[in-house]
Write a protein that binds this ligand. Structure first.
Ligand SMILES: [Fe+2]
Ligand SMILES: [Fe+2]
Length: 231
């Protein structure tokens, strides 16, 4: 198993390195490559916990974003990147010697991971559904919190704007937390990621809402007000 996974990791690295966009943006290259490795590690862990085909899920997760090796020009190109990744992955997986039915199951999962749509017939089995789930488990981890704050210029906002922004962000995050993934271990990992986000944003909101304790000076003033006046 390890040999085919390791061969695929090298293939992915070389394929992504061809991208003219990544050549100009090395930070983006390393994010995409490391994201693919993290998604594969999540897939392996879930497959072991839930008794699924670890090699198949790891391979599918490794290859789910391989089409990033070709530059996306339009938004539609990006929307099609799951289906495009499946086209690239299929001959590679067949060459590795995997059973054709297994290759189709993996490719179906890769194809649907962006918008739940494939351009060929297939079934969303537990394994196929898990490829997109593992992707989301990584996408909704702590880096996303940092990235969202940075992209939205959070630190440049006034406190009132920051609070309004957090009030808008929290409800969807709380809703996402309730989504069920395709297997029990995936749902547990998903909840762990989303619980962190909810907790972080709630604490940030409380911190920015003002001091939770009274000012020492105010306490002293109150005490002195309460003391009966001496003659
Ligand atoms: Fe993707
Ligand atoms: Fe991804």
């Amino acid at each position: 198993m390890f040999q085919r996974v390791e061969k695929t990791r090298k293939y992915l690295r070389e394929y992504l390195a061809q991208s003219p966009y990544f050549a100009k943006n090395p930070g983006q290259f390393s994010y995409r490559y490391q994201h693919s490795l993290r998604v594969a590690a999540i897939g392996a862990r879930i497959a072991r916990a839930d008794g699924l085909d670890e090699e198949a899920l790891t391979l599918g997760c490794l290859l789910h974003d391989i089409s990033y090796g070709r530059e996306f020009v339009t938004q539609e190109d990006w929307l099609n990147h799951g289906r495009e990744s499946a086209r690239i992955a299929r001959p590679w997986l067949l060459d590795l010697g995997l059973a054709p039915a297994k290759v189709e199951e993996i490719c179906y999962g890769i194809a649907i991971h962006v918008d739940d749509e494939a351009d060929f017939a297939g079934e969303k089995t537990v394994l196929a559904g898990l490829i997109g789930d593992c992707d989301n488990i990584d996408r909704f981890d702590v880096y996303r919190v940092y990235e969202l704050l940075e992209v939205n210029g959070f630190s440049q906002k006034e406190t009132g704007e920051q609070l309004a922004w957090l009030e808008a962000v929290l409800p969807p995050v709380r809703q996402y937390r309730e989504l069920a993934m395709s297997s029990p271990a995936a749902t547990a990992m998903w909840r762990d990621r989303l619980d962190f986000q909810v907790n972080f944003y709630e604490r940030l909101y409380r911190q920015l809402s003002g001091p939770s304790e009274e000012w020492p000076d105010e306490r002293q003033e109150k005490q002195s007000e309460e003391q009966p006046e001496k003659d």
